[in-house]
Design a protein around this ligand. Structure first.
Ligand code: SF4
Ligand code: FE
Length: 484
């Protein structure tokens, strides 16, 4: 099987026994729900692109286990070129969807586990890597979509997992048996959770000996008994219930986040990749974060391309594409966007082989990449809003455009340059609204800030990974100061 199409992927999501609630109601078949559909469309592009001969080298690879041709989203990086191709692929998909296509979290979880299960086995004589490799082969062969679930609710942030008033505020093992473990807890903000075949759970922080039952990693099918999903709202999400394509801004694609509850979920040992070895919790968090901070150098740059395109198109519709201050702002947006991408490429090119054989990004540079992403999309959005004008927040609806009484006035008064249609102008403004404050703003703004770790998490890593003594020695040598 190995590489399936978008259509086959969508079909494979049907008839799962998934326990999902959205707007207070149980959803029978997520695939057919209008609020969920755009997010499934986005993931489907990650499947279809693997069948496009133009993108074969970017979107597919050979499995390092079987040699079988697989989708790159399930590939374990074997060279720095693999890391670079990943960033290029994510940028391309950001350009094609203008949204979060959700599949990178699983890819990053797989790569992180390939390294950390190996290291755990080397040090402790466990068999996690063999179990993981069996799971990976299954994922590659069936071309599955995986969700990487890391973020716990955390309760009182000043307390460790085992000190919380409610012990379930970090996901934990509540029972062990000869057959497996039973886990309880929750993971928040889970990108693409409902659209995934498998949920890969990882710990969210460094653990100490007293927190060992919280140091747990495993994979479980998304419709396992005891799993409950509560769908995350997005700004303007009810617009997806209507039939007004223009009001959506992005007519086909969107992202997805959900809360997952693990209400005593049983996981057999063959699917458990860490269970109590607390010292490997931090390496797993750190390795996953490094990969996911690299990811943003691709996807956010791709979505940024869409926003820059929409903004310059609106400038044309407004008749001012050559005004010096507009051109300068577009240059600034491009500069910021390409800086994000450059960091994604840099941390990939500087990637190194780990003892497991998997290539890992340069972790200092991937943290720099994500740290820029916590800022630059906000400035890009500000400049887009500046050029587009207030209409992105005050535009009447598509239904008013269709109503003969109001539509003729919208046509007349909302027109820009004579040669350009009013509808084209309105559609482009709606797309800018989508990415600035609407449906797509979850992925482009809030996720840019908090996804793959909030800004402070990167600052901690930047401080840790910087050799400040070396810099001091460089200065001392030039200034004629004897090193101490
Ligand atoms: Fe992929 Fe970007 Fe979405 Fe993360 S935010 S899953 S990197 S598209
Ligand atoms: Fe993310």
């Amino acid at each position: 099987m190995a590489i399936i199409t978008g259509q086959e992927y969508v079909q494979s999501l049907r008839s799962r026994k998934i326990d999902l609630y959205l707007l207070g109601e149980k959803v029978k078949e997520p695939v057919d729900h209008p609020i969920i559909k755009p997010s499934i469309n986005s993931v489907a592009v990650t499947y279809d692109i693997a069948h496009d001969p133009k993108y074969e080298s970017l979107a597919t690879s050979a499995s390092h286990i079987t040699g079988e041709k697989i989708n790159r989203f399930n590939h374990i990086h074997q060279t720095p070129q693999d890391l670079v191709k990943k960033v290029k692929l994510l940028r391309l998909l950001g350009q094609k969807t203008g949204a979060c296509f959700q599949r990178c979290v699983g890819m990053d979880a797989l790569n992180a586990l390939s390294i950390v299960t190996y290291d755990t086995d080397q040090k402790l004589g466990t068999e996690y890597n063999r179990r993981f490799m069996d799971f990976l082969q299954h994922v590659q062969h069936k071309d599955l979509m995986c969700c990487g679930a890391m973020t716990d609710p955390k309760g009182d942030r000043s307390l460790r997992p085992s000190q919380q008033a409610d012990p379930d505020l970090y996901l934990r093992i509540v029972k062990r048996s000869e057959h497996g473990i039973t886990v309880r807890g929750s993971k928040l903000h889970q990108t693409g959770a409902i659209n995934s075949h498998e949920i890969i759970v990882m710990p969210t922080r460094k653990m100490r000996d007293e927190d060992r039952e919280y140091a747990v990693a495993f994979a479980t099918p998304s419709d396992t008994a005891g799993l409950l999903y509560i769908y995350g709202r997005q700004p303007c999400d009810l617009r997806k219930l209507g039939d007004s394509e223009i009001d959506l801004g992005n007519k086909k694609y969107g992202g997805q986040e959900a809360m997952i509850v693990f209400d005593d979920v049983f996981v057999p040992w063959k699917r458990v990749f860490l269970a109590g070895e607390h010292e490997f919790s931090w390496p797993l968090v750190n390795t996953f974060a490094a990969y996911h901070r690299q990811s943003y150098g691709g996807c956010k740059a791709g979505v940024g391309d869409v926003l820059i395109g929409a903004t310059s198109a609106v400038a044309e519709y407004n008749g001012v594409p050559t005004a010096p201050h507009i051109r300068d702002k577009i240059v600034e947006m491009t500069h910021l966007n390409e800086t994000i991408y450059s960091c994604g490429i840099a941390c990939s090119s500087e990637g190194c082989k780990t003892s497991s054989g998997t290539f890992l990004v340069n972790t200092l540079l991937s943290n720099i990449c994500k740290h820029n992403v916590t800022r630059f999309p906000f400035e890009i959005v500000r400049l887009a809003n500046d050029i587009a004008g207030g209409l992105i927040a005050t535009l009447p609806s598509e239904k008013d455009l269709q109503n003969p009484k109001t539509g003729k006035y919208m046509e007349k008064y909302l027109k820009g340059k004579r040669e350009k249609s009013t509808e084209a102008r309105l559609r482009m403004l709606r797309l800018i609204e989508n990415l600035s404050t609407g449906l797509g703003a979850v992925g482009y703004r809030i996720e840019s800030l908090h996804g793959a770790g909030s800004p402070q998490a990167q600052r901690i890593m930047i401080e840790r990974e910087t050799n400040i003594k070396l810099k001091q020695r460089l200065a001392q040598a030039l200034a004629g100061v004897e090193p101490e």
